[in-house]
Design a protein around this ligand. Structure first.
Ligand code: CA
Length: 229
């Protein structure tokens, strides 16, 4: 069965561009041009994934995303936000709205298709923590979560518990942007008063320890970090 994707975009050219490329990629695509039509379509039949433009004529994408997360039948629906406003990205991926990923306008159709595929793969894999394999590997970097060991080629890398957890979070979701808020919450827990700068400091040290393999972690300015896909 092909995944069904609902594309919500009010600009006809962009809607058609997205529809065409996702269709070519083998997805079954439905479209909506405003927020009310989108919510109506979502409640009639739940798609596998939602591509949601932030700026819509009637209701904002953020409002729709919030409604989805509050709806018991839709709260786990994977959402990719499309935005021209880079200052919004923090909030989109944060806890308030909880989008699974985003693409920034202007985007290439290929980029969107890759994001769709990657979000669908993650969502069909079930709860994130449960299916993290014990040994994560990329090129020369190996992270053995059961033995709590990190290695770059033959070199053993000594990581602190926090550095280890940060690396595990990133490596287990390759290609996905992890916001600093999310990393903070998952690694330090919600009750601790740690600033976002703490994440950057830890990430800097982690990269230094990894040496060449540190380049596998990309900084997404103003948002967070992403491990190479
Ligand atoms: Ca728009």
């Amino acid at each position: 069965m092909n995944a069904r994707i609902l594309v919500v975009e009010d600009e006809p050219d962009i809607q058609e561009l997205i529809r065409y490329h996702l269709d070519q990629a083998g997805y079954h695509v439905e479209t909506a041009s405003d927020g009310n039509a989108a919510l109506h379509a979502l409640r009639r039949r739940r798609p596998s994934l939602l591509v949601l433009d932030l700026m819509l004529p009637d209701r904002s994408g953020t409002e729709i995303c919030r409604e989805i997360r509050a709806d018991p039948d839709l709260k786990d629906l994977p959402v990719i936000m499309v935005t021209a406003r880079s200052d919004e990205v923090d909030r989109l991926l944060g806890f308030e709205l909880g989008a699974d990923d985003y693409v920034a306008k202007p985007f290439s159709p290929r980029e969107l298709t890759l994001r769709v595929r990657s979000v669908l793969r993650r969502s069909s894999a079930g709860p994130e923590a449960a299916d993290t394999p014990e040994v994560l590997q990329h090129d020369s970097l190996t992270l053995d979560t059961a033995r709590h060991r990190c290695q770059v080629a033959d070199r053993k890398v000594e990581l602190t518990a926090k550095e280890f957890q940060l690396l595990r979070m990133l490596m287990s979701r390759p290609g996905r942007v992890m916001s600093r808020e999310r990393l903070l919450d998952e690694v330090w827990g919600p009750d601790v008063t740690v600033t976002l700068r703490t994440i950057d400091t830890h990430m800097k040290r982690l990269r230094e320890k990894l040496g060449d393999a540190g380049a596998l972690i990309h900084t997404i300015r103003g948002v967070g970090y992403r491990f190479t896909e």
